[in-house]
Design a binder for this molecule. Structure first.
Ligand SMILES: Nc1ncnc2c1ncn2[C@@H]1O[C@H](COP(=O)(O)OP(=O)(O)OP(=O)(O)O)[C@@H](O)[C@H]1O
Length: 297
């Protein structure tokens, strides 16, 4: 169907370092598949970590209706940070290995199809969250998944198989810390293997940490996983990949708008899979409907 209104500005932010499909020329795909009667594209490449946030903020200030992140969840997070609480909508051309937010939002992983979604956009407002002030749009976590994010950040290898190898290796060395989670007026204490905060339902790669999570309900799903041995880890992996984690006795779920966590020792933590550092005290907050996206929800 041909567009009858004047074309609007669409700003594309491409992380040239992201993804395992580097042979694909995204600018060529945009030329071939973007409807230029709907969008006037401008493509900019990131030059360093953090640059995508600056570019997105500038595009929003200049009034771009659409700002498209081209990369993995790290790039999506950086662009989304710059668009939070603005009138510019986030689009995604998924090019990472996990693509958690893109998958949750029903954005095709096939890039021509993802461009097709932008040609006939459906706009939605979604929630976002922040852990110790670091915004996230998909998931954040403390404990084993924080450790994995820190080790993955130092690794040059990418892709699912490298990730699985790393998870297995680190599992053997992981030591859970005594932690108290204060949620909905209750205090829950344990040596948690993982405390995960889910705005969206999955980490990426269709690994569902909170299958019931609704990205528009103003609540985050908190998933608490207590002590895990080898047998439980295998069960947990199966539960993540089959959306069955909520039916196992390994995970406990709570929904809330804010949660705080105190740990006896510093713990690694991540936001959208990106390693954020270590801390003993955590506050996780929800910002309802704070980001507009093009999605198929
Ligand atoms: N020009 C650049 N040079 C180096 N790093 C960059 C550049 N642009 C962005 N980055 C950083 O690259 C990191 C990884 O990006 P991203 O997550 O999108 O890709 P990925 O790691 O390949 O994908 P996935 O997380 O799905 O495996 C981000 O943390 C971002 O800050």
């Amino acid at each position: 169907m041909e567009n009858t209104t004047a074309p609007e500005k669409a700003f594309f932010i491409l992380n040239p370092k992201s993804g395992v499909r580097s042979s694909v020329s995204v600018p060529d795909l945009i030329s071939a598949h973007l409807d230029t009667t709907r969008w006037v594209p401008e493509i900019v490449l990131t030059e360093r970590a953090g640059h995508a946030t600056e570019l997105a903020q500038r595009a929003a200030t200049e009034g771009a209706r659409l700002v498209v992140a081209i990369g993995g969840d790290g790039t999506v997070n950086e662009v989304a940070r710059g668009l939070k609480d603005t009138n510019s909508a986030l689009g995604i051309l998924p090019k990472g290995s996990g693509n958690g937010l893109a998958r949750h939002l029903g954005i095709p992983l096939n890039l021509p199809h993802a461009l097709g979604l932008l040609n006939q956009p459906s706009f939605h407002r979604i929630d976002s969250c922040a852990i110790n002030g670091h915004p996230f749009f998909c998931t954040a976590g403390i404990g084993f998944d924080g450790l994995v994010s820190s080790v993955f950040a130092q690794s040059t290898k990418r892709g699912l198989s490298s990730y699985i190898q790393l998870v297995v290796r680190e599992f053997r060395n992981f030591k859970a810390e005594a932690t108290t989670v204060s949620i909905n007026g209750r205090e829950l204490s344990s040596e948690f293997f993982v405390v995960a905060f889910a705005n969206a339902s999955q980490y990426g790669n269709n690994a569902y940490i909170a299958p019931m999570a609704n990205i528009q309900d103003g609540l985050m799903d908190v998933c608490l996983i207590r002590h895990v041995g080898v047998a439980e880890a295998i069960q947990l992996g199966y539960g993540l990949m089959t959306k069955q984690i909520a039916h196992s006795n390994l995970a406990e779920f709570h929904t809330c708008a804010t949660v705080s966590v105190q740990s006896e020792a510093p713990q690694y933590f991540h936001a959208d899979g990106e390693y954020m550092g270590q801390a003993k005290d955590f506050t996780v907050q929800m910002f309802p409907k704070s980001l507009e996206v093009v999605a198929s929800l």
